[in-house]
Every structure is written in structure tokens, then in C-alpha cells.
Ligand binder design. Structure first.
Ligand code: NAD
Length: 417
């Protein structure tokens, strides 16, 4: 996966004429940590899991990025996702660098008590390298507000009251209003901006969404509220489709009761993978990486693909879609709403002052629309696809910050000034 991220980075680096030395500096993480998490299961057996934290770059501020609990989690995933965080925080222009981490585990096979022990042991093992001014974790796949509360609690045992060590906390425990839905909401704003380019609004389009977790379900709810027709949805259990538009409030209630979309009576059941290639105007992959590859990219029917997940397209798939004139709104832009409201949460924690939800939404909307417009303008001016333009914008911002810190700005090539 890291290789894919670096290939996208290198397309932008080629455009900017970066030399090998600069590329190496910008792609090499500054710290990679691997820890052995040994805990007891509920039945008293010893459990052993590997935990990771990769800190990629801190030129623009403390490092920021989610924690993922997943059986595929490894150093390569963490490094790739950490790098994406550096570019993402730069695209939306918030004062952070990039990091990512997680634990190689299958949460569906663990009790709450076991997950709690694993999480707190992980925090005790990485506590020296995280902190409100150093590296601030957040939720990602299979982690949520409760897990963030455990992290805050454990870290505070060592360092005293520290709500700013982690974001995505419960609203009752120093979290921010509007954080839980923020990534989905940001996806909606990015899509709205994209549609403006063809004089369309959400009520003009049909949408298919892969993944119905935090990001996918909130994106579906908000797009549906604005008049968008969600014609297909999938999750780990399979897919459902209704050409006339799924009743999203009913589907949300179904999933709240049954955990998965499978069995929902308001649509025909289809293979999960078919959601990616069904007939629709907009496709939103919101599950995991590598959902669209060279194998299924030629069959994608949507005219716009909005990457709500991180890395859902392989570089080959991206090339195929761009060559087919399909607009791809890249992850480092489309799903940046989550880290943006994480930044607002952190700011509130530092100020010890809670914002009203309307303020969170207003500031998020401003950040997302501005970022989209900046990327789209660069893409138009320099004849780039949106992903390469987003990387170009981000690389310029990171390099400028790094070189200013070290007083070597005058040595930069013109393309980076
Ligand atoms: P989540 O765990 O809440 O949901 C993941 C969803 O994907 C679930 O509905 C799951 O059933 C589904 N899924 C898993 N495998 C699937 C498959 N093969 N086919 C179809 N569906 C499948 O995770 P999330 O927080 O919604 O994150 C989803 C993606 O968005 C990840 O790539 C994550 O890195 C990215 N992301 C999340 C946030 C955030 O704030 N949570 C922010 C930015 C990016």
C-alpha cells in the first residue's frame, strides 16, 4: 500500500521537478514504532498482538492520524496512511503533520474488556511518543469514541488531565459536537463542489456507496437529506440496491438493529462487489483500500468517484478511470473533514471552551469548499488530474514549512516557491 501512495506522490513530484534527495526526505517517515502488546483474555489465557505507530512528517505541526484495529494492520499500512495524513492536513491547511497507527487484531473476536486491556496496554507502550503537542491519535476503522476515551484516560494517568492527546472522543468527555459525522459531511461538501463544475446539485444525481460504517453511513444520510438518491449500498455482509433510491433513514434504523445491511427489505440484495460497478452517477468507496483495481475499474459506470476511504483505488485503477474521463476526487481531499473537525476538537480542548455545533459545521464547510476550489483551480491551470493537483498543493505547503524552519527557503527550486 505504501508503494501505491508513493506512486501518487511521485506523479506530483515529477510535475514539480523534485530531485531524488527531496523525494527521499518527503517519503521517509521520521519515526516507526512497533510494540508487542501482551494481555490476558477473559478466560485468563495470554494474548499477543502487534501495535504500530508511524510518524511521517511534522513540518507543519504536531502529527495527527487515526488508529485502526484490523487483522491486516501492519507497518506498511501504517506508513502509507501516515504519509497520506501529511498530505491531507496540508491540503485542507490545518496545522498538523501526519501519523497513523493501529493494532493487528480482529475486534469482532474480542470482548469489550479484552479490547480495553489491549488499548490501554498499547497506550502505555507508546505514551512517550504521543501527546497534545507531539502526536494526536483519532478514530479509524474499528475504533470509535469509546476507544478514544480509554486512550485519554490511560494517557492522563501518566501525564495528568490531557484531553488534547486524542480526538474523536465522546461529546460528554471533551469531544466536539459534529466530529462523528464530520468525514461523511466533508465528503458531501467535496461532492457538491465537484457537481458545481457541471452545474448540478446533489438532487440531480444517483449515488452508490461501498461501506456503511462511520464514513459511509453519515455520507449517505447527509447526501440523502440534500435530495441525493442513494441507489446502492454495501458493507461486509453484501450489497443492496434500489434503482428508485433506498430509504436511507429506514436503512440506518435497520443497521442500528441488525448491525449489517444484509436482509434490508427496502431493496434487492446484490453481491457487495457489484455496488462498485452498478449504474449510478457518483460512486463513493467508503470501506477499505484497494476496492477498485485494474480488474474492475473498466466496469465502473459512475462519472464521478469520491474517495471517502483511504486508498480505495490502486494507481492502475486511478489511471484507467482518469483515462476514461471519470473525475476522481482523491482521498486526501474528499475525506479530510474528519481530521478537520479533529483539529477543531483539539483547539477546543486547548482553549477549554466548547463550540456550538453550528460553528463546527460552518468552519468545516469553509475548509472543505476552499480546499476543493484550490485543488480544482490548480488542476485546471496546470492540466492535472485532481489527485496530482492535491499532492502538488500539499507538497508545496509541506516543503515551504520545512525549509522556512531551517532557513533554506532560498535554496528551493522555483516550482516549490
Ligand atoms: P468503519 O469501521 O466504521 O466502517 C467500515 C465499513 O466498511 C463497514 O460498514 C464495513 O462493513 C465495510 N466493509 C469492510 N470491508 C468491506 C468490503 N469488502 N466490502 C464492502 N464493505 C466493507 O470505518 P470508517 O471509520 O467508516 O472508515 C472507512 C474508511 O474511511 C477507511 O478507509 C478509513 O481509513 C477512512 N477514513 C475514516 C475517517 C473517520 O473519521 N472515521 C476519516 C478519514 C478516512
Amino acid at each position: 500500500m505504501l508503494e501505491a501512495t508513493n506512486r501518487f506522490f511521485n506523479n506530483a513530484a515529477d510535475h514539480l521537478g523534485l530531485d531524488e534527495r527531496m523525494r527521499t526526505i518527503l517519503t521517509t517517515p521520521r519515526r516507526v514504532v512497533r510494540v508487542e502488546i501482551v494481555t490476558e483474555s477473559d478466560s485468563g489465557e495470554l494474548m499477543h498482538h502487534l501495535g504500530f505507530r508511524v510518524q511521517h512528517n511534522q513540518a507543519r505541526g504536531p502529527m495527527k492520524g487515526g488508529l485502526r484495529f484490523h487483522p491486516d494492520m501492519d507497518e506498511d499500512h501504517a506508513a502509507s496512511l501516515a504519509s497520506l495524513m501529511t498530505w491531507k492536513t496540508a491540503v485542507v491547511d490545518i496545522p498538523y503533520g501526519g501519523a497513523k497507527g493501529g493494532i493487528n487484531c480482529d475486534p469482532s473476536k474480542l470482548s469489550q474488556a479484552e479490547l480495553h486491556r489491549i488499548t490501554t496496554t498499547f497506550v502505555s507502550l507508546i505514551r512517550e511518543i504521543i501527546g497534545p503537542t507531539l502526536d494526536i491519535p483519532a478514530p479509524d476503522v474499528n475504533t470509535n469514541a469509546t476507544v478514544m476515551a480509554w486512550i485519554m484516560d490511560e494517557y492522563s494517568k501518566y501525564y495528568g488531565f490531557s484531553p488534547g492527546v486524542v480526538t474523536g472522543k465522546p461529546v460528554d468527555l471533551f469531544g466536539s459536537l459534529g466530529r462523528e459525522e464530520a468525514t461523511g459531511r466533508g465528503v458531501m461538501y467535496a461532492l457538491e463542489e465537484c457537481l458545481k463544475e457541471s452545474d448540478r446539485t446533489l438532487s440531480d444525481v444517483t449515488v452508490a456507496i461501498q461501506g456503511f460504517g462511520n464514513v459511509g453511513s453519515h455520507a449517505a444520510r447527509l447526501i440523502h437529506q440534500q435530495g441525493g438518491s442513494i441507489v446502492a449500498v454495501s458493507d461486509i455482509s453484501g450489497g443492496i440496491r434500489n434503482e428508485k433510491g433506498l430509504d436511507i433513514p429506514a436503512l440506518l434504523e435497520w443497521v442500528a438493529n441488525h448491525k449489517v445491511v444484509e436482509g434490508f427489505p427496502g431493496g434487492e440484495s446484490i453481491e457487495g462487489a457489484d455496488v462498485l460497478t452498478c449504474s449510478c452517477d457518483v460512486l463513493i468507496p467508503a470501506a477499505l483500500e484497494n476496492a477498485i483495481t485494474a480488474d474492475n475499474a473498466p466496469a465502473v459506470q459512475a462519472g464521478i468517484v469520491v474517495e471517502a476511504a483511504n486508498g480505495p483505488l490502486t494507481p492502475e485503477a486511478h489511471r484507467i478511470l482518469v483515462d476514461r474521463n471519470i473525475t476522481v476526487v482523491p482521498d486526501i481531499l474528499a475525506n479530510a473533514g474528519g481530521v478537520t473537525v479533529s483539529y477543531f476538537e483539539w483547539s477546543q480542548n486547548i482553549q477549554q471552551f466548547q463550540w456550538e455545533e453550528a460553528r463546527v459545521i460552518e468552519e468545516l464547510e469553509k475548509k472543505m469548499r476552499r480546499a476543493y476550489q484550490a485543488v480544482a483551480a490548480l488542476a485546471r491551470d496546470e492540466r492535472l488530474d485532481l489527485r496530482t493537483a492535491a499532492f502538488v498543493l500539499a507538497i508545496k505547503r509541506v516543503v515551504r514549512a520545512a525549509s522556512t524552519r531551517q532557513a533554506v527557503g532560498h535554496l528551493l527550486p522555483d516550482s516549490l516557491k
